[in-house]
Design a protein around this ligand. Structure first.
Ligand code: AMP
Ligand code: MG
Length: 419
């Protein structure tokens, strides 16, 4: 236990490392067409099969010259053209120049390109006096300048971004080898939860968590299997767990993991697996369950994460605690949490020492370049508006108390999975 740990509460880092210890990354590999591969994790290094660019080419529309010709004349006759895709062919007489376009192959012997804005057409000749003095190799993009043949372009374990797709296309590679995405089955628990689009009766609310969980799982790069809402009924819950386990690598539930109300879940999970009901030193998101649904004759084993039911807590624990686990499972070895950045608080943040608090905030940058942050208001774990309005977490350290205006706090900007 560290200096500031609260007895009975598990520090966030401990929870994450305990979970990570029990994870073996998925080793199944699939080939995907490049245009289907964004968000998937590479299962092998990508080395460039070619030089990029594959040939010396012009960075400008202009004229290709030999620099030695400019030593005796500034006006040279035109000997031909080199256009993108249609290189100059044939002999290039000394003392002449070649019209060249951006991306066109540099003719053999050319050691500089003069942009057309610095050249003047005079009858059949081109005058280059405005371009002097010149530099050797100016406006020439040499072979392999961007990437050399054989160079490592993207490593195994890298999750493909929308920027990587045109990068790989530049190399002429039509499909990539990626790890199979983790299959994650999830359901909400609670008698009070009703489908969207229906009328609520007394005591009922809409099931919002499942919508957040599904979209986030997909952004994490998982195959999300939605098993709906399961009422607080022992037999139905047990069936749901079994169905989820048989279909997925990971089972995620929301609701029913806090002490006292968790009876059904706890009894069922004791039967089906080895599950720890943890109290995490974070706010919101204290009650959290993690473990394994054990292998049976009918079902392979699956990991289990039980998220708290309160909507802010459910999304926060999925983001902070479960995201690293899913990244490891997916083979995304380069995954990192978002960095913490200092910002000046513009509002008061209420906080009691004891847990790390992930308050929802809005950061902005002043004209002077200072990072400032304000609260999104009501920080109750049931008040999801605080999350919807936010563009960052204000991460208040475990032992910290109230934060007054003007104090420095650390903010964590949201990762792409929150957009
Ligand atoms: P529980 O963890 O089941 O005790 O639920 C805690 C709080 O979260 C209660 O107010 C529940 O009504 C609410 N809640 C549980 N599940 C959901 C859900 N899927 N969508 C919205 N609110 C929920
Ligand atoms: Mg409940």
């Amino acid at each position: 236990m560290g200096c500031c740990d609260t007895p009975g509460l598990m520090p966030i880092e401990t929870a994450i490392s305990k979970m990570l210890e029990s994870i073996t990354p998925i080793s199944l590999v699939v080939d995907l067409a490049l245009d289907q591969a964004v968000g998937h994790v590479l299962s092998e290094d990508i080395h460039s099969p070619i030089n990029v660019p594959p040939f010396d080419n012009s960075a400008m529309d202009g004229y290709a010259l030999r620099s030695s010709d400019l030593e005796t004349a500034t006006q040279l006759p035109l000997a031909g053209k080199s256009f993108a895709g249609i290189p100059f062919e044939g002999d290039w007489p000394q003392g002449t120049c070649i019209r060249i376009m951006t991306g066109a192959q540099i003719p053999e012997g050319c050691d500089l390109v003069i942009m057309q804005e610095q050249a003047q057409v005079i009858g059949d000749d081109i005058d280059f006096s405005q371009a002097l003095p010149v530099k050797l190799n100016q406006n020439i993009r040499p072979t392999g300048d961007d990437i050399e043949q054989g160079a490592l372009v993207l490593p195994k374990g890298h999750k493909l971004t929308s920027r990587d797709i045109p990068m790989i296309a530049t190399l002429g590679i039509p499909s990539v080898s990626v790890f199979q995405q983790p299959k994650v089955a999830f359901f909400s628990t609670g008698d009070e939860l009703k489908p969207l689009g229906t009328k609520l009766k007394a005591g009922e609310i809409y099931d919002s968590n499942r919508y957040g969980i599904k979209v986030m799982l997909e952004k994490f790069g998982c195959e999300a299997i939605d098993l709906g809402v399961i009422p607080d009924d022992k037999e139905l819950l047990k069936q749901a767990f079994q169905q989820a386990q048989s279909q997925a690598d990971v089972v995620i539930t929301s609701g029913g993991v806090s002490v006292g109300e968790a009876d059904y879940t706890k009894v069922i999970l004791d039967e089906l697996g080895e599950i720890g009901f943890w109290k995490i030193a974070m706010k919101p998101g204290k009650p959290f369950a993690f473990g394994k649904l054990l292998e049976t004759e009918e079902r392979h084993s699956a990991l289990f994460c039980g998220l708290p039911g309160n909507p802010v807590s459910a999304v926060l624990t999925l983001y902070i605690l479960v995201q690293p686990l899913l990244a490891k499972l997916a083979g995304h070895s380069q995954w990192q949490p978002q960095p913490s950045i200092p910002a000046i608080s513009q509002t008061r943040f209420k906080k009691a020492p004891g847990r790390t608090d992930f308050q929802r905030g809005i950061f902005s940058i002043t004209e002077q370049g200072t990072l400032e942050v304000s609260t999104t208001g009501n920080q109750s774990s049931g008040a999801f508006r605080s999350m919807s309005l936010a563009n960052c977490f204000v991460v208040l350290e475990q032992d910290r108390g109230h934060v007054e205006v003007g104090e420095t706090v650390h903010i964590q900007m949201f990762s792409p999975s929150f957009y």
